[in-house]
Ligand binder design. Structure first.
Ligand code: DC
Length: 205
């Protein structure tokens, strides 16, 4: 069986946590596609050309250092606007999606561009204020020196750039199921995601 689950949505909506837990629950492989853009973004901060960085990216780089910083998030969102950068990352994502045993990919364009034929598509969202608060607490726990206002501005800026770009903008696929986590605990959001997938998942693969 090769079941593909596409989970898209804006920053800090809970899609990463949900994707990881869904993969663990069903025994699927999980790819956080944001890490690809973050790794390319980190390379550009080191002075590399974004297209070259994307074309020579290795899977090992995704495991190296902390890619989940505010600075790398902004750099990722900027390189993600470049069509050649996106094109260079397509094959890796599609190959991952076909993994035997099932795969969960989370990002911005999985259900629309990378895996338009995914078996299950979720679009996980939440209000910008709720997402900024979650991201603030996450960054604060890591010891980062940020303010709530700064994080909210960053979230809004990234939302705008990710959804207004012309190459594969962030948007829910027509056949995606919306999951708004604004008023849900992570446990409740996860339970809903599992319930949705259980309903669609073939019982006799
Ligand atoms: O999910 P994330 O916050 O780690 O993503 C970082 C940036 O990468 C995000 O602002 C936009 C870009 N991205 C993208 O354009 N397409 C994806 N499938 C995943 C991430």
């Amino acid at each position: 069986m090769s079941l593909t689950v596409a989970i898209d949505g804006p920053a800090a909506a809970g899609k990463g946590t949900i994707s990881k837990a869904v993969a663990a629950h069903f025994g699927f492989s999980h790819l956080d596609t944001g890490l690809l853009y973050r790794a390319v973004g980190r390379r550009t901060l080191q002075g590399l050309n974004p297209v070259e960085a994307a074309q020579t990216l290795t899977a090992e780089e995704l495991e190296q250092g902390d890619l989940r910083t505010a600075e790398i998030a902004q750099a990722a969102s900027k390189v993600a606007v470049v069509p050649e950068v996106r094109a260079a990352l397509v094959d890796f994502q599609r190959a991952f999606a076909r993994r035997a045993g099932g795969a969960v990919l989370d990002g911005r364009d999985i259900g629309t561009v990378i895996c338009p034929n995914a078996d299950i598509k979720l679009f996980v969202t939440a209000s910008a204020e709720v997402r900024a608060e979650r991201r603030f607490l996450e960054l604060e726990a890591k010891g980062a020196e940020v303010t709530r206002d700064q994080v909210l501005t960053d979230v809004r800026e990234r939302d705008a750039r990710d959804s207004e770009r012309s190459a594969a903008p962030m948007k829910a696929a027509d056949d995606a199921i919306l999951l708004d986590t604004s008023d849900l605990s992570i446990e409740a959001a996860l339970a809903k995601a599992i319930e949705i997938i259980e309903k669609v998942r073939p019982t006799n693969p």
